[in-house]
Design a protein around this ligand. Structure first.
Ligand code: G4P
Length: 380
């Protein structure tokens, strides 16, 4: 799935973060409890490596509590890392957050050594809401479109506890295909940068596997067993009156409906990934990527060998019975003076437009699972 989500201001945010992090004691990463791994920023992990980390699984009210437990155990088992789950209903999150940070860096504190903490998270993860609640007043601008929080700010949570806010930040390449779908389903990706039908079908695929009861209850479907995702989506469309003329289901509308329901928690408390699932997806993606690299190198070698066969043929012809004078041999360093034939095509293929940041990719017609570029097979 092509998601274009790395607009310019995110690049600026990355640079600002790289500078800011130098004198920071703890990095708090706000994760979406429904997709803790997909909502973790790999670029942040790189920029803040070696720093103590507090992972906050936010919006826990929307997530499956049993799976949240699994993720908390997972993160608490990592060295230099603590994790806690929160949601906006928490009356005083600052106590929990401050004591988790102090535990992580017990040697900091007091006016001469204030604890400096950085808070990061992808857009829409609930960072502004949490900061407002921590500060006891409205500080950062909140909103439902990704990327609303702007600039960096410092908030004093205690005399010796400084919290630095950063703008919501994304990263240029999504490594795990399923992670992209999960981010899109959660609302972290702007509407214009995804295909809602494709995302809703992936979401339904997961819900049918792990939360079939919730799905059946919400949409009053007798059983989703044995159905395809598209059948379920159409059934939902029919139940909810998302129809076109001639008795056809308005699949786009049904897809929007499912995504809106999921984001608002109306289907039920759901988490879209478990630690061991994520590990398997990640491994598959890496194997797939490694395979692609091998194939690319093989293609390049094949092209190089074809070019050199062509050069040899032309050289033979030039030295043949007709004694055609060979063109002067190039003195290009590294080529042994042999390659004088320019193998670059005269009219190189039209470069593919990169696509403006944040621009809506051209719809390719209704997305069908299994169509499009080959993806690593998802383990279920
Ligand atoms: P951001 O700064 O990270 O971009 O996120 P922000 O705080 O603006 O929150 C994004 C949306 O998520 C808001 O909803 C907010 O109310 C909601 N939200 C934040 N924390 C929680 C939580 O713990 N649980 C749930 N269920 N929702 C949470 P919105 O629809 O954009 O705005 P509104 O509901 O405030 O009107």
């Amino acid at each position: 799935m092509a998601i274009q989500w790395f607009p310019g201001h995110m690049n600026k945010a990355r640079k600002a973060l790289a500078e800011r992090v130098l004198d920071i004691d703890v990095v708090i990463e706000l994760l979406d409890a429904r997709l803790p791994a997909s909502s973790a920023n790999p670029m942040l992990a790189h920029l803040t490596r070696g720093k103590r980390a507090l992972k906050i699984l936010n919006k826990q009210d929307l997530a499956d509590p049993q799976v949240t437990r699994l993720w908390l155990d997972h993160y608490n088992g990592l060295s230099g890392t603590r994790a806690l789950a929160l949601d906006a209903s928490e009356r005083s999150p600052s106590q929990k957050l401050i004591s988790a940070c102090r535990e992580l860096v017990p040697n900091r504190g007091g006016l001469d050594k204030p604890l400096r903490v950085l808070i990061c998270g992808i857009p829409n993860v609930g960072k502004s809401t949490l900061i407002n609640s921590l500060a006891g007043r409205r500080i950062a601008k909140t909103g439902n479109e990704p990327g609303v929080t702007k600039g960096q700010q410092r908030i004093l949570l205690a005399d010796d506890f400084e919290l630095f806010d950063t703008p919501g930040m994304l990263w240029p390449k999504i490594e795990v295909t399923q992670g992209g779908y999960n981010l899109a389903a959660s609302g972290a990706v702007g509407r214009n940068a995804m295909d809602e039908e494709e995302v809703s079908l992936e979401l339904l695929n997961y819900l049918m596997l792990h939360y079939a009861d919730l799905l059946q209850q919400r949409y009053r479907i007798e059983s989703v067993a044995g159905l395809k995702e598209i059948d379920v989506l159409e059934a939902i469309g029919r139940k909810r009156g998302a129809m076109l003329g001639g008795g056809r289901v308005n699949v786009q509308k049904a897809a929007e409906l499912v995504l809106t329901d999921f984001r608002a928690g109306l289907i039920g408390p759901i988490t879209l990934e478990r630690p061991e699932e994520w590990a398997a997806w990640l491994q598959l993606s890496r194997e797939y990527e490694a395979q692609r690299q091998v194939e690319r190198v093989a293609r390049e070698l094949e092209n190089a060998s074809r070019s050199s066969r062509l050069v040899e043929k032309l050289e033979r012809e030039a030295d043949g019975p007709a004694k055609v004078k060979a063109p002067p041999k190039s003195k290009t360093p590294g080529t042994g003076g042999k390659i004088w034939f320019n193998t670059t095509p005269k009219t190189p293929g039209k470069p593919k437009p990169k696509g403006a940041a944040g621009a809506k990719p051209k719809p390719k017609g209704p997305a069908k699972p299994g169509k499009g570029p080959v993806k690593p097979k998802k383990p279920r």
